[in-house]
Structure formats: structure tokens, C-alpha cells
Design a protein around this ligand. Sequence first.
Ligand code: URA
Length: 189
Amino acid sequence: MEWNELREACLSCERCALSETRTNVVFGAGSADAEIMFIGEGPGEQEDKKGEPFVGRAGKLLDEMLAIIDLDRTNIYIANMVKCRPPRNRDPLTIEKDACMVWLREQTRLIRPKIIVCLGRIAAVSIIREDFKISQEHGQWTQRDGVWITALYHPAALLRDPRRRPETFDDLKAIQRKIREVCDHTYKG
Ligand code: URA
């Protein structure tokens, strides 16, 4: 499947019950040629309304985090583990994450990122390791099939607990170093 075909198919997905309560599918945003992919948990209320990832308060903080390392929404790709909002923002269920994984897998196959950044525990346990501990292992790197993977605290967690921000700043700087090491595009700064 090519990108547009994938997007169209995803926008009419009914693979799980979240399709019954969603307003919009949040496929993702950014460049399909990106070398860096950020993966969050799932849409919240604002994202469901707009059909765009990270447009609420957490999204504003994510934009600030990206700006620290000279990234923005045009030179990365942002996706979520689940493309439809779980009711009342509950954690996505395993059955929902499993049903939705086909889309993320195809997005990753087509984008072929050099770096994947998991935003928060939910993405990290699905993508890095089932027993991943975000408080102990954020900022650590693993390599799989030639792709470098790391995790940051979720921006919503940083809004709830600003004491975690200095560690996240260090993790962002490490991402910037990794970009310089493995990416071909130039990012200003
Ligand atoms: N939180 C997420 O994990 N993803 C979004 O798109 C918005 C908030």
C-alpha cells in the first residue's frame, strides 16, 4: 500500500469499537519523508475534534520540546498507538492497540525513519519492551533493524509533574546528538 491509499483505508477503519465513538480518525501529521518519528498514545478530545495529533495542551508543550532541538512538525512525523480517541481518555485496551498496530506498522514501513521516539509509557511498552519502565529507562537507546529507538516522558506527564522537565531536556539533547550522528537531512542549529 502506498501512503495515500494507506491514509484513506485508515480513515474508514472499523477494526475496533473505538470507531463507533470517534469524531475523527487521527492518522498522523508531518512529513512522510521524515527521518524521525514520534509516537504518542492516542487522541484526546481536541485531537478527536480536529483529526490532528497533539493539538491540545500536551501538543503545545510537544511543539516547545521539538523547538529546543530545532525540530518542528514539518520535518518529523507524529503518529499515535491508536488512531481513535478512547472514551473519557482512558488508556487504550490491548485489543484496540493490537487492532490499530497494522496502521502504525505500515506508516513505519513507508516512512522508514532512522529514529523513533516513543512519547510516554504506553508507546514505550508496545514498541520497545513490554516491561519498559519509563521513569528508569527514558532517554536510553536501543537499536532494532537499524532503527534507533528511545522514549521520553509524555508531554501530558510533564504538565502534571514539571520536576521531570530537566531530565527530559537532557533526553532531548541526546536525541539531537543522535540526529547529528545518523540522519542525512540537516536540521537548523
Ligand atoms: N496525547 C497523545 O498521546 N497523542 C495525542 O495525539 C494527543 C495527546
